[in-house]
Design a protein around this ligand. Structure first.
Ligand code: LRH
Ligand code: MN
Length: 426
């Protein structure tokens, strides 16, 4: 299924007058404050978020999985679904594949399809947290950190294979997330596990093409529940630094212990030029992989404030990889992703309203009240007309979810794919 621009413009007709009124009011108000609204629109349009290939079907937990009908049953259908998101939002112009869940059967075919939908191949993700059917050795007790040299070698080779798959697709980065760790005190020697992991990552790094990045994702717990080898940003930063200039830390918003100050981690990694990218989602308790901005929207705003500051003050930090990493247990996966894309665009737009110089001056004068007033003024500004206008100017939908439902997309997909088609992935 494809959505063409005429269908979207037809559906926009009912909302365009209201949007123009809201946009004129908001942009006049902001222009009077000296904000360059056109520059913000441009930045919003350039922000392309990669959609995870493993989150286009219904997710699940160990307590169950409730199917969502008409799921994409192969990579082609997943790319088509991302094409639908990109047609509606013009901000989902990339896909992040997870290997082996989404190994392309026809590389040229999949590249042609993605190209025709303006979708690029972002980071490729390796998977040494599950045993593949034909695997010689098991990752039950770890992969790159395993005490067995043969098992480490198998995991290293898998990552090299993933890089080679990515090269054929035009991807430029490898994301490594390890489940490696222990669920009981005494089970692992922490130093041995860390040394094995560092040496294994260095072997993978040595095969990285010169224009590629290696993104090291950290996580405090799950599936191991006592220790995780790459448990926090510090360990990821240390390993990335040990590997070399092409290795960076990847921040998955759900991979932090309760009340952790994620925006400060983002600031520190950008200052050190080691922030490689994000897995956006939201959470209340653990790695809940919920819709972006659905639980802690103010934290997302504060993170984007540090990103905006870093993008202006840390030229040593590379362009970031923006990805969503969510799991959809209850909502239509495409509607959930549309909401996440909207939340990311809104947080970025609000953060771009912050006068960083004014904020810096207030900070230098320890004028805390003014600091908070500057943040709250931006956060309390309704930027939805700017985000919608940025989309509309590119041929997108003013209200993506409304248009998605008005065009009856899910029922069309069920008709095309059958009710009980199941997607690979989480
Ligand atoms: C681990 C993680 C990682 C992926 C997986 C699907 O929790 O965030 O990024 O490999 O989810
Ligand atoms: Mn992740």
């Amino acid at each position: 299924m494809r959505i063409n621009q005429n269908q979207i413009q037809e559906n926009n007709k009912t909302s365009i007058k209201t949007l123009e009124e809201q946009f004129n009011y908001t942009s006049n108000t902001l222009n009077n404050k000296g904000v360059d609204v056109n520059a913000i629109i441009k930045k919003l349009q350039n922000l392309q978020i990669a959609i995870p290939s493993w989150a286009l079907g219904a997710g699940g937990t160990r307590f169950g999985r409730f199917s969502f009908f008409g799921e994409p049953k192969n990579l082609e259908q997943k790319i088509e679904d991302i094409g639908i998101l990109n047609a509606l939002t013009h901000s989902a112009g990339a896909v992040s594949l997870h290997i082996p869940w989404d190994i392309p059967e026809d590389y040229n075919g999949i590249k042609t399809l993605a190209n025709s939908l303006n979708i690029k191949f972002d980071a490729v993700n390796s998977n040494t947290f599950q045993d593949q059917n034909n695997a010689a050795l098991s990752y039950k007790f770890g992969s790159l950190s395993n005490t067995s040299k043969d098992i480490r070698q198998q995991a290293i080779q898998h990552n090299i294979d993933v890089i080679n798959i990515g090269k054929k697709l035009g991807s430029k980065s490898l994301t490594v997330w390890l489940a490696d760790g222990a669920s009981f005190p005494g089970q692992n020697n922490f130093q041995t596990a860390l040394i094995n992991t560092e040496n294994s990552l260095k072997e993978i790094y040595a095969t990285l093409p010169k224009d590629w990045k290696m993104l090291i994702e950290y996580k405090p717990f799950e599936p191991n529940f006592y220790s995780t080898v790459i448990q926090d940003w510090g360990t990821s930063f240390m390993l990335a630094t040990a590997c070399g200039d092409k290795a960076y830390s990847l921040v998955d918003l759900g991979h932090h212990l309760p009340n952790c100050n994620i925006e400060q981690i983002v600031s520190t990694l950008m200052y050190k030029g080691k922030l490689g990218g994000f897995h956006f989602n939201d959470s209340k308790y653990g790695d809940d992989d919920l819709t972006v901005g659905s639980i802690k929207p103010y934290t997302l705003f504060l993170i984007f404030n540090e990103l905006v500051y870093g993008m202006e003050n840390n030229p040593n930090n590379p362009d970031l990889e923006w990805m969503i990493d969510a799991s959809h247990n209850l909502k239509d996966p495409l509607e959930d992703l549309l909401q996440s894309l909207e939340a990311i665009q809104e947080a970025f737009a609000k953060a771009l309203l912050i006068d960083q110089n004014k904020l810096k001056n207030a900070q230098l004068n320890n004028d805390i009240v003014t600091c908070q007033e500057i943040l709250h003024d931006a956060y309390r500004t309704d930027v939805r007309p700017l985000v919608a206008k940025a989309r509309l100017n590119l041929g997108g939908a003013i209200n993506p979810i409304e248009t998605y439902r008005a065009l009856n997309v899910r029922n069309q997909l069920i008709k095309e794919r059958g009710k009980y088609s199941i997607a690979t992935g989480l």
